[in-house]
Design a protein. Structure first.
Length: 133
């Protein structure tokens, strides 16, 4: 397994777990039955402010997988694995983790910076696939 595939898999795994904290909040705020059996839309239902931000951070992480995963898979299929793409995959993972944490904590500048770093890492991989680097 290439380092890019390793970090991609770890990023997917992390994203798959990001719902847990806000679901725990949902149980705390609404009770177990309300959390697992509710049929209402999320709009206007109680949530802690941090959990609302965690939910949005998770949604953003999932949306960005649609860019990161195909880019890494394209690089893999084209046998592109360089120190730069390897570092970009690791940086993407770390930046997405930081993004989730600072978004959940409500740190506006941290959120924007970590998002931008992750975006830059995606661009490095895509540019490598296009042989621009």
């Amino acid at each position: 397994m290439t380092p890019e595939l390793f970090w991609m898999t770890l990023t997917v795994f992390m994203t798959a777990l990001l719902w847990v904290p806000y679901f725990i909040d949902r149980i705390a705020v609404r009770g177990l039955w309300g959390a697992i059996c509710g049929t209402q839309a999320e709009v206007n239902l109680p949530h802690s402010a941090w959990a609302q931000r965690a939910l949005r951070a998770h949604q953003n992480a999932a949306e960005n997988l649609a860019i990161f995963v195909p880019a890494v898979l394209a690089a893999h299929l084209l046998h592109i694995s360089t120190p730069l793409t390897q570092m970009a995959a690791l940086v993407y993972f770390a930046a997405r983790l930081v993004h989730y944490i600072v978004y959940t904590l409500g740190v506006p500048l941290g959120r924007t910076l970590s998002f931008t770093v992750a975006w830059g890492a995606q661009m490095v991989i895509i540019a490598s696939v296009l042989h621009w680097l």
